[in-house]
Design a protein around this ligand. Structure first.
Ligand code: ATP
Ligand code: PMV
Length: 471
């Protein structure tokens, strides 16, 4: 059902709004999920990016509207935008503030253009008021050490005291969580509930489709969109949208962009499939993310794997099908354990099948990597995963997403002593960096996060008290 567009444009003053979205980890389905024939098993993680929007009191007589966006945990992270409606149904054009000295932020700028354009199609006669927007991110997204802003009463959001370009990402999908929170916060702020309600299924679908469209444009249309899906819906089994949906959309600023964008995100053509019920974390288990203090270039790995698949159809098809079966088996076993009678089975034998499925999937991932000559589970990561998998309480682990040297994700028993033992064992872990290509993994650390089933949610403004709009 589409929202009705005849709601009154004047439904009271704009009130401050805040929204947050979770990080992601693709536990199964890397590369496969780029193709609609296959699915990806994605878990949300409890590191969040928050976006808060507030009205700005404009002095009487001031006619220029503006939106100021700040990411105050980073140095010089402030972007000022003007905006105006364009002829020919081309949507909203965003301009930069005069004294803009700092680098552009394509994710923020695109999310703003898409969100304001959609709002403009719903409320064509209403002036878009000025606002002030703050972005606040949890520590786990970056490996830079943060410091409390007010040491006497340390809050949730730390001061990173570096420029954004010097932030070291940990690969948790910061741009997807940012774009989704930003879009949700801007829509919730400017639109009355009758037109956009984050608590409704329709609201979530519109947010998902709009955030996919703008994130994909800002990113250069490379990803499957699993990161946006988990930002909106939390942990889920994800089947991507047909790429033609976005390739047939006019570019922002071109004739017909606004109404085609609205029709696409509200209409029935959008064919993503999200199964939330297919993903569960059994009670007594949890995910642990390990950062290996090194990084890989996802786009070039994707290019190489897909090129190999295109010229080795038969061999690739077999691996893809076997991996899909293995990924489905993993989802099914997690669900079985989550719903099984807690009294049945006991001890670590109850997770034996889960461990076996994970190890079989890893064999297939290594085959994919060897065949395509892409280090998806390189020897250093195999060694690390084998080492961790042999520790008491660890069921198994994989290289998430595109793999490489970014991170590993472990499935472990949710017990303090297991985490303590894992930490101690990793602090003694000796990395054997003997890869022929010279790639190295650094010190292995545990990120203080775990799985999160909840996707987008509204938040209390009081969370940001120490990061006032003036910060
Ligand atoms: N706190 C923040 N404030 C403003 N912009 C941010 C913030 N965090 C991330 N970004 C934007 O997102 C970009 C990083 O997105 P990118 O897609 O490269 O990484 P990622 O989504 O974290 O990585 P991956 O998909 O590999 O997990 C930054 O260059 C910046 O533009
Ligand atoms: C390789 C791919 O399937 C997963 C990439 O995941 P990550 O960015 O490495 O977490 C690409 C995608 O689905 O967007």
């Amino acid at each position: 059902m589409s929202p009705t567009s005849n709601a009154s444009a004047s439904e009271g003053p704009l009130t401050s709004t805040a929204v947050s979205c979770p990080a992601k980890v693709l536990v199964a389905g890397g590369y496969l999920v780029l193709d609609r024939e296959y699915t990806g098993l994605v878990f949300g993680l409890d590191a969040r990016i928050h976006v808060a929007v507030e009205p700005v009191s404009t002095r009487s007589g001031v006619t220029i509207s503006g939106i100021v966006v700040k990411s105050p945990q980073f140095r010089d992270a402030i972007w000022e935008y003007g905006y105006r409606s364009q002829e020919a149904d081309a949507g909203i054009r965003v301009t930069h503030g005069h004294e803009q000295r700092i680098s552009k932020n394509p994710f923020i700028e695109t999310a703003l253009i898409y969100a304001l354009t959609y709002i403009g199609t719903l409320l064509p006669k209403k002036r878009i008021e000025s606002s002030s927007i703050r972005i606040l991110a949890d520590q786990a997204y970056y490996s830079n050490p943060g410091a409390p802003r007010t040491p006497t009463s340390p809050g949730r959001f730390l001061d990173f005291n570096v420029q954004l370009r010097d932030a070291h990402k940990t690969g948790l999908g910061s741009s997807a969580a940012l774009v989704t929170s930003f879009t949700a916060a801007v829509l919730s702020f400017y639109l009355p509930k009758t037109l956009f309600d984050l608590q409704s299924e329709t609201g979530l679908r519109i947010l998902h489709n709009l955030a996919q469209a703008s994130h994909s444009y800002a990113q250069g249309k490379v990803g499957s969109g699993f990161d946006i899906a988990s930002a909106v819906y939390g942990s889920c089994l994800y089947k991507r949208f047909s790429p033609q949906l976005l390739s047939s959309l006019p570019l922002p600023g071109s004739v017909g962009f606004a109404s085609k964008l609205r029709a696409l995100i509200e209409g029935d053509a959008w064919d993503t499939q999200i199964q939330k019920a297919a993903i569960k974390m059994p009670q007594g288990l949890r995910l642990v993310m390990c950062d290996v203090d090194c990084g890989s270039e996802t786009p070039s790995m994707v290019k190489q794997v897909l090129a190999w698949r295109a010229s080795n159809k038969e061999e690739a098809e077999q691996i893809w099908q076997d991996l899909q079966a293995g990924n489905e088996a993993l989802a099914a076993e997690l669900t079985r354990l989550a719903t099984a009678d807690q009294a049945s089975g006991g001890g670590s034998e109850k997770y034996a099948k889960l461990g076996e499925i994970i190890n079989n999937n890893r064999k297939l991932i290594r085959r994919m990597g060897l065949a395509s000559r892409v280090p998806i589970e390189p020897p250093q990561q195999t060694q690390l995963l084998d080492y961790c998998s042999n520790l008491d309480g660890v069921i198994g682990g994989v290289v998430p997403g595109a793999g490489g040297f970014d991170a590993v994700v472990l499935l472990v028993e949710d017990k303090e002593e297991v985490i303590a033992w894992l930490k101690q064992s990793l602090s003694n872990y000796k990395v054997e960096n003997d890869a022929a290509d010279g790639s190295k993994i650094g010190k292995v650390g545990i990120l203080g996060i775990r799985e999160e089933m909840v996707g987008v949610k509204t938040e209390e403004q009081s969370l940001y008290n120490e990061w006032t709009t003036a910060s």
